[in-house]
Write a protein that binds this ligand. Sequence first.
Ligand code: FAD
Length: 413
Amino acid sequence: MKSGLREITILGAGPGGLLAAMFLAKAGIPSLVLEKETFPRDKICGDALSGKVVEILKKLDPALVDRMAQNPQIIGSYGVTFVAPNQKALRVPFKQDYSTLSPAPGFISKRLDYDHWLAEEARKNPLIDLQEGGAAVDFSRENGVWICRDKAGEEIVRSSLIIAADGAHSRFAKQVGGMKMDPKHYCAGLRAYYTGVKDLDPDNFIELHFLKNFLPGYFWIFPLANGRANVGVGMRSDKMQGKKINLKKEMLRLIDSDPALKDRFADAKLESTIDGYGLPLGSEKRSLSGAGWMLVGDAASLIDPFTGEGIGNAMYSGYFAALQAQRCLESQDFSAKAMSQYDEEVYLRLWDELKLSKRMQELVKYPWLFNLVVNKATKSKTLSEMISCMFEDLDLRDRLKSPSFYLKLLFNR
Ligand SMILES: Cc1cc2nc3c(=O)[nH]c(=O)nc-3n(C[C@H](O)[C@H](O)[C@H](O)COP(=O)(O)OP(=O)(O)OC[C@H]3O[C@@H](n4cnc5c(N)ncnc54)[C@H](O)[C@@H]3O)c2cc1C
């Protein structure tokens, strides 16, 4: 595959890369998207598409959300159930009075289906040249022009600007962006598909279990179309290394013997392999761009450190990369200084959330506090509504980090 000279090349057709291409196309700007796999392709993930995904798709084109909602493989989800270490469950709708909401505030879909759907949507636009089945693995820059090469050293394309959206193992981020894996800001995750898990939520609430014997890790059950469920575990890499944990063994042990889980999995069938992948967390600020390049999504380490959500953040960064690319083309300025506006915009939108989630991630260190919040919230309508609003309202979420919030909880009956 030789693609000549292009102004903009996007590496990777995951949600981050595709959104960059789609926003560029909306502005009338063509791009080449290089994808190493061929769609439909799998991506190891929890498969939960948060409200942020819906929000950014609406910004691109509200009709997209309607089409997504009509896809039978992409099901609406209306909330999240937190299960505390004391096994108390707190069911928190993403929005109050959710039963009348259309489209749903969140969705869940195998990435095999969601990414394929999004790629097909992107392909409809003639300004997007999506080329599959070829990985760019080597990058050099001569006289302001990037040269991307494949494994055999063959030139694939020359380009003024690279948007690297090639995921958690991004070659470009390592080779050019100087990104290093830091176990304190990285999580390991496993994912499996099951059928026959009992008592899945009737409104497709996703379930996050903080199990006493598995802290500071978490276990999830996310309902999917056709009675299936995405089941998985995640734990911060430094914690795992410290405790010498074998995640796969732990996951199977929990399914077999944890009192909150074993009955629900008694008749369940594992219908996939159990696969792992990394989650580069956005719990510290990094440099996301340089002369003629930007990092997007997992390549830029933008996953929420508390919820593990990375799809929405990848799509948002794709949007900001498209805005920056447009500015570069207009001014013909691809310098690192010009590009740094991209970093500013990404963190202006995401940093407050990421910072708070980092604090909430630390809360899991105190199981008693977790139990306390959930105990109180199951008894108090006001508190459970407040937690529900926290998904929308950052100021409310901010209260979680204040000691007075917990004091009030302790003494408020
Ligand atoms: C176990 C697990 C559970 C998760 N659960 C959730 C969840 O429930 N909800 C959520 O929002 N997030 C979740 N995440 C995070 C989410 O999967 C990522 O944040 C998201 O996929 C990032 O999107 P992206 O476009 O940046 O990268 P990706 O989705 O990884 O896409 C990158 C693309 O680049 C391609 N590529 C790679 N290298 C090259 C190359 N050299 N040349 C060309 N193409 C290349 C890949 O094939 C891929 O298509 C989870 C992650 C893991 C590991």
